[in-house]
Design a protein around this ligand. Structure first.
Ligand code: FE2
Length: 471
């Protein structure tokens, strides 16, 4: 008996160990970098703001002083009608106050005089204005910071014009681009942390999916050991628990199968004529399964199914089971209950569902005239159709209490005759060929240009079968 069946252990992931601290350090470093970047960024902005305000406050008084001089100049120029002297006066005032710019505008809006780098820009060109001192505002002009004073100069009858004075702040000395570099670095760390969390979330979903499959009794699935350290630890622990659960499940299945086999042996022990019947049916079934290309797991299931196919006979009274001679109708009806009884006995454990199907279906017929369900054709499980042929052959070719053993060739002829009615025609053809020639189904397919038939010595070489030794 195999140690296990249907034991699908693919996708096993390696155990995680020792990764907790590494992951904690990684996340700690990411968080520390994030906070440090934010702190540098915020501190830089604050210091820059404070320095600009200090500069602006110092410049405001100079701007106001120049503005007062320009007002006086404008009034004198208007009184004297000396417009030409205004430009000279503006240059003189700005020369005394380096770094400033100024513009004097006439009542018609045209400039009367101007000087300095920032004088030509419109009055409302500054962005992000904020007050610094009475009449003095600070704002951005291009990449620089500007302190600006604007005032209309009233006359006795009408405005004389307006004056605009500006002073450019020096860029912050100590910070430079540091705050923005720190801000960019903090943003990059934030992005990395987001990716880290997304990766961990995906791994968490994989573990949850595994646990949901466990709830559905899919013990073979394993969680991928990935994500952060805690999730890797959880995934590895889940996999270890599943290993134990799967082993326990297999042990339960094996124990149940052993019990079922013991029951089958008990049935066979009652009648010396049926002794060894289940082993022979299982062996013939596996031989057909091999020719059909079944994998190892399916062959193991077929072998166990063959061993247990008549387990339902434990429910048949001994008076019927051991009767010497043909059964009457009532006794036959009693005997026909054993496939469904076998289904009930084996079907209580989920892992044995396939064997239960074999036990239930081994007396179904290809034409639908079998029992217990009367299904036909492909609706009968393939393993059931295989066991039906093996079961019938062994029953015919061995001695029973109610009949002598039939010659092997005669049994094969009957199976040939009943192909397509009692038996699946292809399975029957495979079996007959296998017993006569040691050839399986694949060997029966004609070569190109060759007619259908059973050409001896052609096709896939099979075992040389001595029918007498096989039954
Ligand atoms: Fe049977």
């Amino acid at each position: 008996m195999p140690s296990s069946f249907g034991n699908r252990t693919s996708g096993r992931a390696p155990k995680a160990s020792g990764g907790l601290f590494r992951s904690l350090r990684l996340r700690g470093a990411l968080l520390a970098a994030l906070f440090a970047g934010e702190a540098v960024f915020g501190t830089g902005l604050f210091l820059e703001f404070r320095e600009e305000n200090a500069q602006a406050t110092g410049l405001a008084s100079r701007v106001q002083s120049v503005a007062a001089g320009l007002q006086t100049l404008l009034r004198k120029g208007v009184d004297a009608g000396n417009w030409a002297g205004l430009q000279t006066g503006v240059a003189r005032l700005l020369g005394a106050e380096g770094g400033l710019s100024a513009r004097m505008i006439g009542p018609d809006g045209l400039p009367l005089a101007q000087g300095g780098r920032d004088a030509a820009a419109p009055r409302d060109a500054l962005q992000g204005l904020m007050p610094v001192a009475p009449g003095v505002l600070m704002g951005r002009l291009g990449s620089g910071r500007i302190v600006q004073f604007f005032q209309e100069v009233p006359g006795e009858l009408a405005p004389l014009g307006s004056i605009l004075v500006r002073a450019r702040l020096d860029p912050p000395v100590w910070t430079g681009d540091l705050p923005f570099l720190a801000g960019g670095a903090a943003g990059l760390v934030f992005l990395l942390y987001g990716i880290f969390l997304a990766y961990s979330l995906r791994s968490t979903k994989a573990v949850v999916k595994t646990l949901r499959m466990v709830i559905q009794e899919e013990y073979w699935h394993r969680a991928p050991v990935s994500g952060c350290a805690e999730i890797r630890t959880i995934a590895a622990a889940t996999n270890e628990a599943l290993d134990s659960l799967e082993k326990a499940s297999v042990r339960v299945q094996e124990a149940y199968i052993e019990t079922a086999l013991a029951l089958t042996r008990t049935v066979e022990a009652k009648d010396r004529y049926t002794s060894g019947h289940s082993q022979r049916v299982a062996r013939l079934g596996v031989e057909m399964g091999e020719w059909l290309g079944f994998d190892r797991d399916r062959l193991e299931m077929l072998h166990i199914g063959g061993m247990l196919h008549d387990i339902g006979k434990v429910a048949v009274p001994d008076a019927v089971l051991l009767k010497k001679g043909p059964l009457d109708d009532e006794e036959y009806e009693e005997m026909k209950k054993h496939p469904m009884a076998g289904d009930r006995i084996l079907g209580v454990i989920p892992g044995l569902r396939d064997m239960a199907d074999m036990a239930r279906s081994h007396h179904e017929r290809w034409d639908g005239k079998g029992y217990p369900l009367g299904v036909s054709g492909d609706a009968i499980p393939l393993e059931g159709r295989i066991l039906a042929v093996a079961d019938a052959f062994d029953a015919m070719a061995t001695k029973r209490s109610y009949k002598p053993a039939m010659p092997v060739e005669e049994a094969l002829r009957r199976i040939e005759k009943d192909a397509g009615t009692h038996f699946d025609p292809e399975i029957a053809r495979l079996f007959v060929s296998m017993k006569r020639n040691g050839k399986g189904y694949k060997a029966l397919r004609p070569e190109p240009g060759e007619s259908e038939g059973l050409p001896a010595g052609r096709g896939r070489p099979g075992p040389v079968v001595d029918p007498a030794a096989r039954v």
